[in-house]
Structures are given as structure tokens and as C-alpha cells.
Design a binder for this molecule. Sequence first.
Ligand code: HEC
Ligand code: HEC
Length: 182
Amino acid sequence: MKFSNGLLAILLTSGVLMTGCAIGDDDDDKRRGGSLDVAPVTDVAYGEECADCHMAYQPGFLPARSWQKMMGSLDDHFGENAELESDVQQRLTQYLTENAADNSNYKRSRGMMKSLSYDETPLRITETRYFIRKHDELPRRVVEDNPEVVSFSRCEVCHTQADKGSYDEHQVTIPGFGKWDD
Ligand code: HEC
Ligand code: HEC
């Protein structure tokens, strides 16, 4: 892959800054994945380019083959055009595949991989058996028919720590309904 030197310098610098933050904010246990569900997003460019229309989903929620397929068809991304400059597109594809569910040891990544058969290449986290099983106690009225939620794709609306990679059910608050308590 090719970079202009300037871009590479920026990416390296921001990468270093991000790592610095992660160490400052999290205890050792969390960094090892002990209490986190999925590896947090560490790539600054990914967090910016892929978070215009929805949160930057953690790469550990889908297998590498899914990210490859998705990144190869950004001109028709769920009915939207999400195309990127080709060097950015290539670099983000690399980030996503290297940190995909099949390359991660975090518990949700392992759970996702266990539930997929080898010939499945889901493009939506929300359509996987793993996701559906985790959310099958939620009635329509709290999600689709709830004007403050509308779509399961908006993880961060209910999972208050989603941006940190924490999806613990005890941190869930459903807008209009309150804290999840099952
Ligand atoms: C122009 C807006 C836009 C941009 C930019 C965009 N997306 Fe999306 N994305 C969407 C829409 C719309 C959906 C479907 C959401 C829904 O149905 O509620 C979606 C859905 C997704 C989903 C599936 C969510 C689910 O339901 O499980 C993933 C994964 C995803 N996008 C990844 C990306 C990645 C990676 C990038 C950056 C390369 C990106 N998106 C950039 C609009 C966008
Ligand atoms: C409408 C609110 C809502 C949205 C939106 C939502 N979730 Fe959830 N999620 C929940 C609730 C409630 C639970 C706990 C369900 C239970 O215990 O039966 C849960 C459970 C989970 C769990 C298992 C956590 C545990 O402690 O067992 C994961 C992982 C998860 N969600 C990921 C996601 C992801 C990723 C998204 C977005 C693609 C998402 N969720 C969107 C409400 C939501």
C-alpha cells in the first residue's frame, strides 16, 4: 500500500495519541479485554470516515470477509453512497480486516464467529443469529416502534458505553423506557 509521507506522518502521530489516551483512561484489565465485550476502535481515520451516518461499529463484530465485501461496494452501501478515496478505502479495509471478529479474542468476537457458518458473509451485525439471539427479548414497541430508537443499528442509543466497546446488559438504558432490567 502507498502513502504520501505527510499522510503517513499524520496517521502515525494520531495512532500514538490514541494509544496514549487508551492507556490513560483504562485499567490494565480492560485493556486486555477482561471486562470489555469487543476491542474498542483505535483507528482515528476509521472513527471519522465511517461515523458520519452511524457510530463507528467495532471491527470485531464482523468477520474479515464481511468487511472486505462491504468495503468493495461502498458506492452502494445500504442505499447510500459511502465511497472513499482509494488510498483511504484500502487502509481502512486493512484496519477492519486485521481487527475483524476472526482475528480477535474478545468474547463477543468469538461468540459471533462461533455462530456463523463458514459460507455466511453478513453485511449487517443486526441480521446475524448472534445479534438476534442477544436481543430476542426486546419487543417492537421499545425498538422499531419507539421514535427515540427506530433501528437496532443505533447501538449507542441503548448501550451507553458502546463507543468504548462495552455492551454489558447492565449498562443498557432504552430511551423512553429506562434502564434494562431482566
Ligand atoms: C452516507 C452515510 C453512510 C456512511 C458514510 C457510512 N455508512 Fe454504514 N450505513 C449507512 C446506512 C444508511 C446503514 C443502514 C442503517 C439502518 O438500516 O438503520 C448503514 C449500515 C452499516 C452497517 C450495518 C449496521 C447493522 O445494521 O448491523 C455497517 C457494519 C456499516 N454501515 C459500516 C460502515 C463502514 C465501515 C463505513 C465507512 C467505510 C460506513 N458504514 C459509512 C450509511 C452510511
Ligand atoms: C433498543 C436498544 C438496543 C439497541 C439499539 C441495541 N441493543 Fe444490544 N442489547 C440491548 C439489551 C436490552 C440487551 C440485553 C438483552 C438481554 O439481556 O436479554 C442487549 C444485549 C447486547 C449484547 C450482549 C450483552 C450482554 O451483557 O449479554 C451485545 C453484545 C449487544 N447487545 C450488542 C449490540 C450492538 C453491537 C448493537 C448495535 C449494532 C446493539 N446491541 C443495539 C439493547 C439494545
